[in-house]
Design a protein around this ligand. Structure first.
Ligand code: PLP
Length: 377
């Protein structure tokens, strides 16, 4: 048997990691500004994380949601506190797509409607409704195609108003990333998020904030949508939540009421996943990682603004898009192979992404800035 070949890969085998660094099997050290696709939030193999997980594994790793799992309650309590959404409810699952799938489904159960508004350039995952709400026809299989999703231009308040005026009573939910990740780091404007809030409240639609990539402190606030000052009805989260352990969830506003069997999953919220997620939240809180993401992110963005090779810098905190005047693939290759720095691509071939651990230091950032400057001047 061999692997189903769906990932274009770099010929590098990572053998170990520590903090913001990884080493390949030849012993070469790399600065990791990609975080395995925005997943590494507290750094690789953080001792507190390793301790929490091994301690839990030595007790019990998994049992199903048919019994009491007190560590789930501890996670919900901590998430409520660190995110600032104490009165929301937590449903645990396993991946970003699954979180969005459940969010879209829950919204539809809640208001009995079918239509979803999603945005151009958005990415919400690869399961049935999540992929239907993703603006990339090449990953939507015929079986996933539906008339229930309406795509509107990103940050276009007029288009949104017009659509609600026409068919607002049919809209079940509006799903939006606070900062589009895969699409190339496009920040939703405060005015646009406020308008979504207003129209959803007015027409009884559910505001779903996809925080899978831009959440968990990466933007400098817990959810990137928080910068707008309005609250969504459901926040989906995954990537940074478990620092690499597969764990995801949705944070659900109080008016959406649970009932038995409405949602469910076998693996979601297992003991080990909760231990990983708790370790991450404890470190975000204890080490002030949101403040560090904001300040180190600003430092990097300010340093790159006005650089002759950089057309535009977009993002917030440690979710940064660097748009060049030319396609960026060569630059990324040079960064990896000549300077040993990992960065991320995007669907915009001119833009590459920095998605490092939230405890990236200014000294680490300087290594990248110097390399980028040297190779592009
Ligand atoms: N939503 C956003 C904004 C994402 O960036 C991603 C993955 O890149 C997903 C959802 C899907 O997450 P997963 O790959 O864990 O299913």
């Amino acid at each position: 048997m061999h692997l189903f070949d769906v990932y274009p890969i770099y010929p590098i085998e990572i053998a170990k990691g520590l903090g913001s660094y990884v080493w390949d099997n030849q012993g070469t050290k790399y600065l990791d500004l990609y975080g395995g696709h925005a997943v590494i939030s507290i750094g690789h193999t953080h001792p507190h994380y390793v301790h929490r997980l091994t301690e839990q594994l030595n007790k019990i790793g998994f049992y199903s949601n048919s019994i009491k799992i007190p560590i789930q309650d501890r996670l919900a309590e901590k998430l409520g506190k660190v995110s600032g959404y104490d009165d929301y409810q937590l449903f645990l699952c396993n991946s970003g797509a699954e979180a969005n799938e459940n969010a879209l489904k829950l919204a539809s159960f809640y208001n009995g409607r079918k239509k979803v508004i999603a945005f151009k350039g958005g990415f919400h995952g690869r399961t049935s409704m999540a992929v239907a709400a993703t603006d990339n026809p090449s990953i939507v299989a015929p079986v996933n195609q539906t008339d229930n999703v309406i795509f509107l231009p990103f940050n276009d308040e007029n288009a949104l108003e017009e659509l609600f005026a026409k068919q607002g009573n049919e809209i079940s939910s509006v799903i939006i990333e606070g900062i589009q990740g895969v699409g190339g780091i496009n920040v939703a404007s405060d005015a646009f998020l406020k308008k979504i809030r207003l129209l959803c409240s007015q027409y009884g639609a559910v505001f779903i904030a996809d925080s899978v990539q831009c959440g968990y402190g990466r933007s400098g606030k817990f959810y990137a949508h928080d910068w707008s000052g309005v609250k969504a009805d459901i926040y989906s989260m995954a990537k940074g939540m478990g620092n690499g352990f597969p764990v995801a969830g949705i944070s659900i506003a109080p008016q959406l009421k649970p009932k038995y069997s409405l949602l469910g999953t076998t693996f979601g919220g297992n003991h080990l996943a909760c231990a990983a997620a708790l370790a991450v939240l404890e470190l975000i809180e204890q080490d002030n990682l949101m403040a560090n993401a904001a300040s180190t992110g600003n430092y990097v963005m300010n340093a790159l603004r006005g650089h002759p090779k950089v057309k535009e810098i977009r993002g917030k905190g440690l979710m940064i898009g660097i748009e060049l005047f030319e396609p960026c693939e060569e630059t990324r290759k040079k960064l990896i192979f000549d300077h040993h720095i990992f960065t991320g691509s995007s669907s915009n071939k001119y833009t590459f992404r920095l998605l490092p651990a939230l405890n990236l230091t200014v000294e680490d950032a300087d290594i990248f800035l110097e390399a980028f400057d040297k190779m592009t001047r």
